[in-house]
Design a protein around this ligand. Structure first.
Ligand code: PBG
Length: 324
């Protein structure tokens, strides 16, 4: 049917028509809030490049977790900034590590919020790489044991789900194996299966103090030019026991989300990363864009592409808006 018989504008004419024929609905159920945990008490240190976000000591973390829960956000994901870093990332799997303590506090005070943990070594190694470095090389197999130990320590501290983000090959199987062995077969793994080597992580590395001290992450994170490889990475992690497959970043990779949604039968999460957040916030500060509207539009686009879950630094504001 062509114009003038068909008129696309008829069903755009008023708010209710638009509401009735809307194809994609963003819900607070879809949102996961990333938070940064730091040692100490009373610490709420602004992250300059991420307005509205802070490095938070456990007392403040609990308050933010409560606010997120009250706003209707179902889950948060924790990143830790340890008191000391070393070659073996010892504080990543210490019983009294920062993330382990944060999990205990949040689960005690805000039991109804789901606590996910980022499992990686980059914030805990003195060289800032996501695995163990030997002779200047990030060693895959030598890193697996430490990653699994880290995931186990999070689950033992009470984490509801673990999310490995290191991009070492074989880590999902290693983590699944150790969790199962230790009686934690009920803990799901959300794998950062398709994680690109992205410049959009810049502000996060400042926030988590996790920038590599030499070289870059190109030998383990994916080349942004590749998409067939994304299917291979996702398939491998599914075989190894992943429960949710993540694509990261989100906005420059909507085609990847779409493609995976067609090809795999697990829930897909997309990480709307720090740089994607900071750029919009900077635009807001400059007075050039309406950040609230731009954020809503970008999150809807991520959902429309096929993401079931979205990790976003805007989770609390967006949940409030959606539930108001
Ligand atoms: C740890 C990790 C990173 C992010 C999440 N987990 C940084 C990196 O890989 O350098 C980035 C998150 C963001 O930019 O918001 N490996």
């Amino acid at each position: 049917m062509l114009f003038p018989d068909f008129r696309g504008r008829r069903l755009r004419a008023n708010k209710n028509f638009r509401r009735m024929i809307r194809e994609t609905r963003l819900s607070s159920d879809d949102l996961i809030l990333p938070l940064f945990a730091i040692e100490g008490t009373g610490v709420k240190k602004p992250i300059e490049s991420m307005p509205g976000h802070f490095q938070l000591s456990c007392d403040h973390l609990v308050k933010v977790a409560q606010d997120a829960h009250d706003a209707g956000v179902p889950a948060l994901i924790l990143f830790g900034i340890p008191d000391k870093k070393d070659a073996l990332a010892t504080r990543a799997y210490a019983k009294d590590g920062i993330v382990q303590k944060a999990i205990e506090q949040i689960k005690e005070k805000v039991p109804d919020i789901t606590v996910i943990t980022d499992v990686c070594l980059c914030g805990y190694t003195d060289h800032g790489h996501c695995g163990i470095v030997e002779n200047g090389i990030v060693e895959n197999d030598a890193s697996l044991d430490l990653l699994a130990k880290t995931a186990l320590s999070h689950a033992q501290a009470g984490a509801d789900m673990v999310a490995p983000s290191d991009m070492m090959d074989g880590r999902v199987a290693e983590i699944r194996g150790l969790l199962d062995e230790e009686g934690l077969s009920h803990i799901p793994i959300m794998s950062y299966a398709v994680k690109y080597n992205s410049a959009f992580y810049g502000p996060f590395r400042q926030a988590a103090e996790s920038a590599p001290q030499f070289g870059d992450r190109k030998t383990y994170q994916m080349d942004p030019a590749n998409s067939i490889e994304a299917i291979r990475e996702a398939t491998m992690d599914i075989e190894e026991g992943a429960d949710i497959i993540m694509v990261k970043p989100a906005l420059s990779y909507l085609d990847i989300i779409y493609r995976l949604k067609e090809e795999i039968d697990l829930p897909i999460a997309a990480y709307n990363v720090s740089g994607e957040y900071s750029i919009i916030k900077a635009g807001e500060i400059m007075g050039w864009v309406n950040a609230k509207d731009v954020i809503m539009e970008t999150l809807v686009s991520i959902k429309r592409a096929g993401a079931d879950l979205i990790l976003t630094y805007s989770a609390v504001d967006v949940a409030r808006e959606l539930n108001s």
